[in-house]
Design a protein around this ligand. Structure first.
Ligand code: AHR
Length: 505
């Protein structure tokens, strides 16, 4: 008789806390970022109206459809580091007359400016998402920034609004989210925090609200644990900003980031330990913000986050093209859960980046497109967008990572939407053990329903152009109801979202 492998089973208990204070999970937490970098814009989103690749006004149809299905709420553009070298006037008017430039940050690629302000803002309208324009404070002038705001948003009979009309857009666009610079402590000008704060105050003064457009101004924030930067912004800018950004990448060693697809179990657990640092990073900046802004009027926006691996062998240096495995899916799931849990301060997060760059949603090659495991997490979790956060406690075993960080075996998050439907998302990060989970509902009355699961044979599994469906969600229906509780089994390395409609009275 063949011996069956002994598979250990973990146990976890989740307690819903319906009485605890709560908040809305802003839909912008599911935001995205598209930089002029590698093939994120050109090839990934934009192929131009004359392309043989099926497109709508120049935007690839396959990518448009994938993004619509994600219900993407907000898109940040044009950078990143590129933003502080971008001069918006180069990207308007007839495409064949637009000047070219060299994208010095990202591989020295020639940028032909065929994707500019109109192409970006029209894309946001097609997707039904808010634009987040990241403006040049590093190498651009105050006048240039002020003029851009007027060009995009003014309804007046003014020279700049009329120039926009000449270029084919009569009505002003609505532009809410407006970033003044990017990483000004680094690629955006290597500024000291005091100097940046003064620059912010000066530039922001001239970024006007035209007509009924209201700018939500976002100041450059810290990277990782740079709490001094946050201290200075809160002191020297304060309520002149609506939001403060923060950047956090799941990278262990910037000099040896490691392969996206070839990694060991130890590498995987180390990555999750690093990923969970985002919780401590947010906590550190929140603590400082709470001191001078206890009413939480200034939002914290994690406007760049995600994994950053060595670029795929054979791809163009500086284009940051990387594959995306189930490991990336876990980084996405755990990060989104952390953002939910800080939703009283964190109002936006933008994963880097949308297509073909870093932890992408989609990868494209000529006329082919694949959805990544990260895409599937965003799609399974989209039900939490705009829903009310349901606090919960988890009792679970823990895993000690090779670098001695302690992570949970099971993570979970829950929310209730406007229709009263509760969604619970769970992740069992163990590579070896399944986990029997009990959810104590504590009086929340729901109907047992089904859910969806994302898992795969190997944690290194990914989708590529020859095997586009190796990793994809399946239906999941093994939830059992007891008295005021639910039980379910999470297979090893699985991510699940349950849909639980309110029970009939
Ligand atoms: O997302 C890639 C780069 O990472 C961005 O351009 C920059 O802001 C960050 O350092």
């Amino acid at each position: 008789m063949a011996c069956l492998p002994i598979v250990a089973q973990e146990k976890a208990v989740i307690d819903l806390k319906p009485q605890k204070e709560t908040w809305r999970i802003e839909k912008e937490i599911y935001g995205h970022f598209s930089e002029h970098l590698g093939t994120c814009i050109y090839g990934g989103i934009w192929v131009g109206p004359g392309s043989p690749i099926p497109n709508t006004q120049g935007y690839r149809n396959d990518v448009l459809n994938a993004l619509k299905n994600l219900q993407i709420p907000v898109l940040r553009w044009p950078g990143g580091c590129f933003a502080d070298e971008y001069h918006w006037r180069d990207g308007i008017g007839p495409r064949q007359l637009r000047p070219k430039m060299i994208n010095t940050h990202w591989g020295g690629t020639v940028e032909d400016n065929s994707f500019g302000t109109h192409e970006f803002l029209n894309l946001c309208e097609l997707l039904g998402c808010e634009p987040f324009v990241s403006a040049n404070l590093g190498s651009g002038t105050v006048e240039e920034m002020a003029d851009w705001v007027e060009y995009m948003t003014s309804p007046a009979d003014s020279p700049l609004a009329n120039l926009r009309r000449e270029n084919g857009r009569n009505e002003p666009w609505k532009v809410k989210y407006f970033g003044l610079g990017n990483e000004s402590w680094g690629c955006g000008g290597n500024m000291r925090p005091e100097f940046y704060a003064d620059q912010y105050r000066r530039y922001a003064t001239y970024c006007r609200n035209f007509g009924d457009n209201r700018l939500f101004k976002i100041a450059v924030g810290p990277s990782d644990f740079d709490v001094n930067w946050t201290e200075v912004m809160m002191k020297n800018i304060g309520r002149r900003m609506n939001g403060l950004s923060v950047h956090f990448y799941t990278v262990h060693d910037w000099n040896a980031k490691g392969s996206a697809t070839q990694f060991t179990s130890d590498d995987y657990y180390r990555t999750l330990g690093k990923c969970m640092d985002i919780d401590n990073v947010i906590e550190a900046h929140k603590t400082i913000m709470d001191r001078t802004d206890p009413e939480k009027r200034i939002a914290l926006m994690v406007d760049e986050w995600g994994t950053w691996w060595d670029q795929e062998p054979g791809t163009i240096p500086g284009h940051l093209y990387q594959q995306n495995t189930m490991r990336d899916a876990f980084v996405a799931a755990l990060s989104l859960m952390v953002f939910h849990s800080h939703g009283e301060r964190v109002k936006m997060a933008n994963i880097a980046q949308l297509a073909n760059v870093l932890q992408a949603m989609v990868l494209t090659k000529d006329d082919k497109m694949v959805l990544t495991p990260t895409y599937h997490v965003f799609e399974m979790f989209k039900v939490h967008q705009g829903a009310t956060f349901m606090p919960l406690d988890i009792k679970t075993s823990h895993i000690v990572t090779p670098d001695k960080k302690v992570i949970q075996t099971v993570y979970a998050t829950a929310s209730v939407n406007q229709q009263g439907v509760m969604h619970i998302s769970l992740a069992n990060v163990s590579l070896d053990n399944s986990c029997e989970v009990t959810i104590n509902l504590n009086g929340v009355r729901v109907k047992v329903s089904s859910g969806r699961i994302l898992t795969s044979g190997e944690i290194t599994d990914y989708n590529d152009f020859d095997h586009p469906h190796t990793v994809r969600p399946e239906s999941y229906s093994t939830v059992k109801a007891g008295k005021d509780l639910l039980t379910l089994t999470l297979p090893a390395k699985s991510i699940v979202t349950l849909e639980l409609p309110a029970a009939d009275k």
